[in-house]
Write a protein that binds this ligand. Structure first.
Ligand SMILES: *[C@@H]1O[C@H](CO)[C@@H](O)[C@H](O)[C@H]1NC(C)=O
Ligand SMILES: *[C@@H]1O[C@H](CO)[C@@H](O)[C@H](O)[C@H]1NC(C)=O
Ligand SMILES: *[C@@H]1O[C@H](CO)[C@@H](O)[C@H](O)[C@H]1NC(C)=O
Ligand SMILES: *[C@@H]1O[C@H](CO)[C@@H](O)[C@H](O)[C@H]1NC(C)=O
Length: 335
């Protein structure tokens, strides 16, 4: 940097040490060193070199923390569902998203005499008007599971584990559980058909398999995980959190071991860590791909043969669903 550039820096008369030219020079130089250091740090961590890592973290998941504020009105011991679909809602999710799901794939139904119920998982937000809406909906539809943890992306693991705890305590009589998100399309007909065909009733876990994943160390990624949070280089096998399905016994087993598992904010990885502890390996449901963690372009024939598709807007759900319900499937060729 030239002498001119230094003199052009504003001298800050209020701060005496900034008035000296020499000190200002030093300040700029230090700023440069600091930025270079930061860049180097970022580069090294992103290629997997660990600096200042504290890897002896010992924060286990706390089971049963918090209180249930809302419980669904369903007696599993009397009319036990075949499949319970648990939908994690983002804190910003609106009532219209829940209504769109209730009117489409989340509508209570029987498929081949098998009862399917859909429930919503929520934490609390700091906006009291939101809670009023949720309380009213819970009283009307009786399909909300809510605990008093702060709802945020970093608390997703608490949300999923709340669903697992609910299944373990209130609905162990069901046969299967699905965990999915509110921006998903789910085809419960095809899922039921495939689960019946697969005929597996215990220690079964399926979805979009992620067998060979590693922690993302890029600091600015949404999925950034520090060495402190997860010291290892490999994740255990898990399934994409956009939609996974398991036999109900897995819920109780995961609930049971969760206390001994290190907490990680990525809920699907956390479940993977529990499965590894239980020696349960995620498996394919079908020889063809049926769980899509990305968006699949809609066509009636395609959506008849998938279980999940991502990134579906509430306003599209109804159109897709009506088109599927109207079609007989005769126009679709092949399997
Ligand atoms: C972690 O903490 C628990 C108690 O909070 C203790 O029983 C356990 O031995 C600790 N584990 C390690 C590896 O330090
Ligand atoms: C997660 O929930 C707990 C319990 O309410 C709260 O103390 C914590 O701040 C929340 N974490 C985040 C990142 O919001
Ligand atoms: C499902 O598996 C059980 C054994 O685990 C077997 O007895 C039964 O016949 C199978 N059902 C079908 C429809 O394949
Ligand atoms: C829970 O874990 C304990 C000890 O690890 C074991 O004895 C028990 O059978 C487990 N229960 C379930 C439901 O897996």
């Amino acid at each position: 940097m030239t002498r001119l550039a230094y003199t052009m820096l504003p001298s800050l008369p209020g701060i005496p040490w900034m008035t000296s030219k020499r000190l200002r020079k030093m300040f700029v130089f230090n700023l440069f060193l600091f930025s270079a250091g930061l860049c180097l740090f970022y580069k090294l961590t992103s290629i997997g070199i660990c600096i200042f890592c504290q890897t002896n973290r010992n924060i286990s998941f706390k089971r049963d923390s918090g209180h249930f504020l809302h419980l669904p009105h369903i007696d599993c011991s009397r009319n036990s569902p075949f499949l319970v679909i648990l939908v994690t809602l983002s804190p910003e999710s609106q009532s219209n998203t829940r209504m769109a799901i209730r009117d489409t794939w989340g509508k209570e139904k029987s498929i081949a005499d098998k009862r399917i119920v859909t429930l919503f998982l929520l934490g609390i937000t700091l906006d009291p008007s939101n809670q009023i809406v949720i309380t009213a909906e819970s009283q009307k539809y009786r399909d909300i599971i809510q605990k008093d943890f702060i709802d945020s992306y970093y608390n997703l693991t608490l949300k999923t584990m709340m669903g697992i705890e609910w299944v373990h305590k209130f609905c162990p009589q069901s046969s299967f559980v699905m965990k999915t998100d509110s921006d998903m399309f789910v085809n419960p007909y095809y899922l039921t058909e495939l689960l019946l065909k697969k005929n597996r009733t215990s220690r079964f876990f399926t979805g979009f398999l992620k067998l060979n994943e590693h922690p993302i160390r890029q600091f600015f990624s949404k999925w950034y995980v520090s060495y402190y949070e997860f010291p290892g280089n490999d994740y255990p096998p898990f399934c994409s959190g956009t939609g996974y399905v398991f036999s109900t016994d897995v819920a109780s087993q995961v609930y049971n071991v969760s206390e001994n598992i290190l907490f990680i904010k990525l809920e699907d990885v956390f479940i993977g860590l529990c499965l590894a502890e239980l020696s349960i390996i995620p498996e394919e449901l079908h020889s063809k791909q049926t769980f899509f963690p990305e968006g699949v372009r809609f066509s009636v024939c395609r959506f008849k043969k998938i279980v999940t598709s991502h990134d579906v807007k509430a306003r599209d759900l109804l159109n897709y669903w009506n088109a599927l319900e109207k079609s007989t499937g005769k126009e679709c060729s092949g399997d």
